[in-house]
Ligand binder design. Structure first.
Ligand code: HMG
Ligand code: MG
Length: 311
């Protein structure tokens, strides 16, 4: 009886989910202790060995704004890239894109926001100005054969403005999609969302951007990320951003904790019979390695349980 029920429920869920691993970028950008290029390179290699096929490896942003990402050129020079893996970087403007192209980066991401105040704090310009900055970045990247992913931050709340109008989220998402981004990642930057709110927001955005072109990016500040991801999967989303060991946060969103841990997402997907191609044991080891480097415990219950089971 219960088996039939679970089979029925799972009809709505995707058979496979693409994991976008953002630990080396979103995670390490907000760790207080600087991590040198050598350890970042080891992290990227360990993630690749665990079967991760998309690794956001760094950010070509101002080192005055985010010093933790100052090693990005070194990291790209030091990694051994595998053909089937995407190694991406954030590029907020043409200067960032030029640096990425010089490093041979094959995929970049631009990052806008649904909140005016957050846009100003994060990238020092208004939402409208950000579109003017991004347009030539996308145009040049595409001309060079480099794919561009787009982020919208603060989709379920802003640290400065509070509630965010979901129509504004849809407007910004559409603008980035129309500009040429092949996928739009919806960021709950401060992790305040809950499943019904996430569903309503995704439904609104899906009126403007096809749902299969949407990804979800939940920070886990209030412990809602897995529930929100499950809700998003039920809506037809099949790309999920996450960070190994639940690393990080956002330097311009005080109090925001790290992204949902990749270990927690993969464990849930395994339980739902959804394929991600990731080896959970190897992934957990990658998380322990970087957490040991940072001298802190991973922010992942699955990781903690697997480690305890080993001891
Ligand atoms: P600005 O100060 O307005 O830029 O910053 P500017 O053009 O006036 O230049 C000022 C200085 O920065 C100059 O140097 C430029 O050369 C330099 P100076 O002459 O003073 O020595 N500069 C750069 N250096 C390196 N790389 C660059 C670059 N551009 C200018 N690309 C800027 C504007 C966008 C650069 C700045 O605000 C910035 O770097 N912001 C980045 C903020 C950031 O990385 N935030 C975290 C990532 S977003 C996030 O975490 C959210 C997300 O995860 C989704 C979610 O969770 O919601 C994606
Ligand atoms: Mg983020």
């Amino acid at each position: 009886m219960s088996l039939q029920l679970s089979e029925k429920t799972n009809e709505k869920l995707p058979a496979t989910v693409n994991i976008v691993e953002v630990g080396p970028r979103d995670g390490l950008q907000n760790e207080k202790q600087p991590v040198d290029a050598e350890h970042k390179i080891a992290l990227v290699h360990n993630l690749a060995d665990a079967g991760v096929t998309y690794i956001e490896t760094g950010a070509y942003v101002s080192p005055k704004w985010v010093p933790q990402m100052g090693t990005t050129t070194e990291v790209f020079a030091g990694i051994t890239q595998q053909e089937h893996i995407t190694y991406a970087a954030l590029t907020p403007n043409l200067k960032g894109l030029e640096a990425a192209l010089a490093s041979g980066v094959k995929e970049v991401a631009i990052f806008g926001a649904a909140s005016e105040a957050f846009s100003q704090k994060n990238i020092n310009c208004s939402i409208e100005e950000s579109f003017e900055r991004f347009a030539p970045v996308v145009e040049k990247a595409l001309a060079k054969g480099v794919k561009v992913r787009g982020y919208v931050s603060c989709v379920l709340g802003c640290p400065y403005e509070g509630d965010i109008d979901i129509q504004q989220v849809a407007r910004v998402a559409k603008k980035l999609f129309d500009m040429g981004c092949y996928e739009i990642s919806l960021g709950d930057t401060i992790g305040v969302g809950t499943p019904d709110k996430a569903k309503a927001m995704i439904a609104e955005v899906a009126k403007q951007v096809p749902v299969e072109k949407l990804a979800v990016h939940f920070h886990d500040t209030y412990g809602q990320a897995l529930a929100n991801i499950y809700a998003a999967l039920q809506m037809g989303v099949n790309t999920v951003d996450s960070a190994v060991a639940g690393l990080g946060g956002c330097p311009y969103a005080k109090g925001a904790s790290g992204n949902v841990a990749t270990e927690d997402v993969v464990y849930m997907l395994n339980g739902l019979g959804i394929k991600s191609g990731i080896d959970l044991t190897k992934l957990a080891k990658a998380g322990w390695h970087i957490s040991d480097t940072l001298n802190r415990a991973p922010s992942s219950k699955v990781s903690a349980a697997l480690r305890a089971a080993q001891e």
